[in-house]
Design a binder for this molecule. Sequence first.
Ligand code: NAD
Length: 480
Amino acid sequence: MTSFEYAPAPESAAIAKIAPHYDLFINGKFVPAKSETTFSTINPANESVLSQISLANQEDVDRAVASARSAYQKVWSKTSPAERGKYLFRIARILQERAREFAVVETLDNGKPIRESRDVDVPLAAAHFFYHAGWADKLDFAGLGNSPQPHGVVGQIIPWNFPLLMLAWKIAPALATGNTVVLKPAETTPLTALLFAEVCQQAGLPDGVVNIVTGDGSTGSYLVNHPDVNKIAFTGSTEVGKAIARAVAGTKKSVTLELGGKAANIVFDDAPIDETVEGIINGIFFNQGHVCCAGSRLLLQESIQDEFLEKLKRRMSLIRVGDPMDKNTDLGAINSAAQLSRITSLAHTGDEEGAQRWSPDCTLPENGFWYPPTIFMGVTQAHRIAREEIFGPVLSVLSFRTPQEAIEKANNTPYGLSAGVWTDKGSRILWASQKLRAGVIWANTFNKFDPASPFGGYKESGWGREGGRHGLSAYVKEGK
Ligand code: NAD
């Protein structure tokens, strides 16, 4: 026998009760949008329409902010920290109870493999609520100043790559610290946020503490510019992050920005080669490479380059691309036609600028949006694919001779979100991590997330941290 074929192992979609149309979630209820405008959300794996979503206009955002303000003044600011913690624990447990439903809806709306939404997105989202539930009544002892106080109403805007998880990163610390929120999910992935609105109802969360307004960049912009919002928390592209920074400059709004990245994954010649190949694969092909901290630049020490690339290609040939609902799928669909066209055109510049492209043989489905796992070899610092975020399953391979050269190349980027170091020597890990200008540095592993661990970037990767005690500080101001 020369090949081993997997039998299909599809997850059933029956558990997902997706409504044909969704209203906005304001003041604890689903209410029709004043805009009377909708847009479709589709399954990127086959382009079928999943639901019609309301597009919130200025008036709708005004209503959501007014609801969050009223809930803040009348209820949430008067709720004891221990009580706030109980709501968060309740939400965490409901997320666990409804985990399969959330995983299926996430995969249908986003295109990511069910294995990842089931084993990463949903459990980590619940973990964020559990973690922050524990902080709610201990803020006075968190080293955040004397009796830290909430900002009030927080506007939160999230991207499409980890829809539920980014919601959890935003809402859990905001509620734990006593703020109320208006959250806007991304236009291509609104469904798990709307399902989360049901969880808020199920948990008995007081009306108006969480409001969900669906829409596009215009909706986000109304939220950013709203005079009664005290803080903006944004995760998304550096371009929009810069626009938000400009919009809030000169106002009293506090702001945190989690933006793009172009992480270097550095492999020294003493690294255990097979384990490292696995880590590089995870670093760039996890979630189709739609990961802000993806290890999208592989820096290989020249002496091991040929052997390493041979093993990397062999491992890439085993990646299973296809139906995201199949439990054996490793690489799912690209989230949207727009993202596919961005990946395609940026990768094309790699061809034009003389890098050598390689992808394994793989048959891509006919409908939907797909891109094969791809590496570009012979990339230099001057190539666009070494400098710009591709946000797809495309790895740029560069080489280095000395450790110092590796650090210089790794830091030669406008971004500074994450980095990886692969070596047998602990001393080299410590040396490299002191010199790398990145918010998160993984050693002999990659893409590991924990609610207790702060996450965020330097330079154009953003302002502030999310997660851990550091992440709480973004949601409070100095007390009385
Ligand atoms: P995007 O910036 O286009 O959109 C993000 C969100 O902002 C969406 O909800 C969108 O509707 C909204 N938006 C768009 N224009 C707006 C405006 N003018 N004002 C207010 N809101 C606006 O980004 P994207 O393409 O959805 O996401 C991909 C980007 O997100 C990548 O660059 C990635 O690196 C980054 N990202 C960063 C992190 C992090 O933690 N640093 C995490 C995930 C994604």
